[in-house]
Design a protein around this ligand. Structure first.
Ligand SMILES: Cc1ncc(COP(=O)(O)O)c(C=O)c1O
Length: 362
């Protein structure tokens, strides 16, 4: 058999999970596993999407120009400093390819988005996970972890799977105290859910410094996970660097058009956000009343910890699966006694709580 040479870092990087990510096996009727929105996209986004069907014989705009204009106007940003891609994940891989070299140390939260580790490994970089205080990132631990090999600090704020956030004052201090040659990547995938006064996604830091990238997505609050639209805001120099890696028409015409319509429908987005927060409050209160430990979350999911450990988590998860409810075990995050539960519709949340009460005999 012919031996085809595979890049060593690809060979030795951790395998990515296969199905069912992004696909619900037929036996599940309630999917609370993947931090998606439980609601369909804005009716205006659906209408815009359907319109594009007639022009699918044409390539999409190469730079997602209109979507960038819409985002720029909404957030008061220079659209030349915005880049769109097929989901934040694609942008994160461009960032890794551009800015992580062999042997570089990359600091990230211990309980941070799993994809960071894959990207770091793929580049031959060294993953430097930092501890949290009660699942909240402490920026001092990040600053303490800096060495002369550190090239990038990346954090999801708010965090997945923690659901917690770092106050903006701390993020500003982090940027000010990090050596200036270190790139700070702020992954704000869940920013739209966090309306706390002391939270901010950090877009203005991009204008103040030369070394900040903020990433955002339409996969979460805007309900477009299936369409794949993410965007980044950074300096023109960094955006132009990332654009070198884009290679082709990466954002489809339906994604650009429906994405712009979704972003413009603030009223619908606010409605979804409020319903998600009410669902999170309901799930948190009900689970705590059962004696379970829930980390307070500003996102569209919660982290649930089982006091009796791994077996209790596993047995509960098996029971939920048998009842058609899919949630997210966090073993891969080194949290073997925890589950991540994405908020559902009211009916789905109630069905989940009923199943939990049945199982725990409450
Ligand atoms: C923290 C974080 N960043 C990025 C992503 C990926 O988002 P996208 O769908 O835009 O690729 C996710 C998805 O779950 C996430 O949790």
């Amino acid at each position: 058999m012919t031996k085809i040479k595979v890049n060593n870092y690809v060979k030795h990087s951790p395998p990515q999970p296969q199905a069912p990510a992004g696909m619900m096996p037929p036996k599940f009727r309630i999917n609370l596993a993947l931090n998606e929105s439980p609601y369909p996209p804005s009716p205006k986004a659906i209408e815009a999407y359907q319109e594009t069907v007639k022009v699918l014989n044409r390539y999409p705009n190469y730079t997602s120009a209109e979507l960038r204009l819409v985002l720029g106007e909404k957030y008061g940003l220079d659209d030349r400093k915005i880049m769109c891609a097929a989901g934040t994940e694609q942008i994160l891989s461009y960032i890794a390819r551009a800015y992580i070299g062999e042997g570089d140390e990359v600091i990230h939260p211990k309980y941070g988005f799993m994809v960071y580790r894959f990207n770091i490994a793929m580049q031959g970089g060294i993953s430097v996970p930092v501890e949290h205080d009660d699942f909240i990132i402490n920026v001092d631990y990040i600053l303490d972890a800096v060495t002369d090999k550190t090239s990038v600090v990346i954090l999801d704020n708010p965090g997945n799977p923690t659901g917690t956030y770092v106050p903006y004052d701390d993020i500003k201090r982090l940027r000010a105290e990090l050596p200036q040659h270190i790139l700070l990547v702020l992954d704000a995938a869940y920013a739209e859910f966090a309306y706390e006064d002391d939270y901010d996604a950090g877009l203005e830091l991009v204008d103040k410094y030369e070394n900040v990238i903020v990433t955002r997505t339409l996969s979460k609050l805007y309900g477009l996970s299936g369409l794949r639209v993410g965007w980044a805001y950074s300096t023109e120099e960094i955006i132009n660097t990332l654009l070198h890696l884009k290679g082709g028409f990466n954002v489809s015409k339906p994604a650009q058009t429906a994405g712009a319509a979704a972003v413009l429908d603030q009223e619908y987005a606010d409605e979804c956000r409020d319903k998600c927060r009410a669902g999170i409050d309901y799930l948190t209160a009900e689970l705590r009343a059962m004696g379970l430990n829930v980390t307070s979350s500003v996102c569209n999911f919660i982290m649930l910890h089982f006091p009796d450990g791994r077996d209790q988590m596993k047995n509960t998860n098996d029971y939920l699966k048998d009842n058609g409810i899919m949630v997210g075990p966090l073993g891969a995050y080194d949290l073997p006694a925890s589950l991540r539960i994405t908020v559902g519709t009211d009916a789905e949340n109630q069905a989940f709580i009923r199943a939990m009460k049945d199982y725990l005999g409450k």
